[in-house]
Design a protein around this ligand. Structure first.
Ligand code: HEC
Ligand code: HEC
Ligand code: HEC
Length: 108
């Protein structure tokens, strides 16, 4: 009985690891974001909007967090995040700063 439980647990564990790797769209990438506050890129939100891996990889972003160096000038230059966040494909980065930049709550 005990052995049986362990085997079941192993099967479940393997199944979970497998699905975690298949759904890499569930990943998040955090950016420090400077004085405006940190930015979290949520892979799941983007996948849910129907975006496929090759909409971003690797013509816009490499599959390695920290590769893209995203500067203020890029916000208005239609590059990187802002190739979509231009007010056409997705909300514009000329406004909506707080949709991406989250300041830590006061006191932190
Ligand atoms: C809307 C754009 C977008 C889509 C769609 C997207 N990604 Fe990404 N992905 C990113 C960004 C942004 C990063 C972080 C890049 C950086 O920091 O330079 C990233 C990073 C990654 C990384 C590296 C993670 C790390 O910690 O180093 C992997 C792996 C990855 N993506 C896989 C995928 C796969 C697989 C899919 C499809 C299921 C996918 N991505 C879809 C934007 C996207
Ligand atoms: C290939 C196009 C594309 C790229 C590249 C892209 N996004 Fe998006 N993003 C979208 C779309 C489409 C939506 C959903 C439509 C909308 O909210 O305007 C979205 C939604 C969002 C949201 C709103 C999430 C919510 O809570 O509803 C945030 C935040 C966001 N993106 C951040 C980023 C950041 C940060 C980057 C760069 C690291 C990025 N996006 C790159 C297309 C993109
Ligand atoms: C679509 C998401 C998004 C929106 C909207 C957005 N930003 Fe950003 N911003 C980013 C990302 C991603 C970075 C890169 C952060 C990092 O690498 O640490 C960034 C970085 C910055 C930086 C630091 C630049 C540097 O050179 O280090 C400033 C300042 C900034 N944003 C200001 C703004 C302002 C002001 C607005 C609104 C007018 C805005 N952002 C709207 C995603 C966004």
């Amino acid at each position: 009985m005990k052995k049986f439980t362990i085997i079941i647990a192993l099967i479940i564990a393997v199944a979970f690891v497998g699905s975690a790797m298949a759904v890499s769209s569930g990943q998040k990438a955090e950016f420090k974001g400077g004085a405006m506050g940190k930015v979290t890129f949520d892979g799941k939100i983007h996948a849910d909007k129907g975006l496929k891996c090759n909409d971003c990889h690797t013509n816009i972003f490499q599959m390695k967090h920290g590769t893209a160096k995203i500067k203020m000038a890029d916000h208005n230059a239609g590059k990187l995040c802002f190739s979509c966040h231009d007010g056409k494909k997705a909300f514009t980065s000329k406004e909506n700063c707080a949709k991406c930049h989250k300041k830590a709550a006061a006191g932190y």
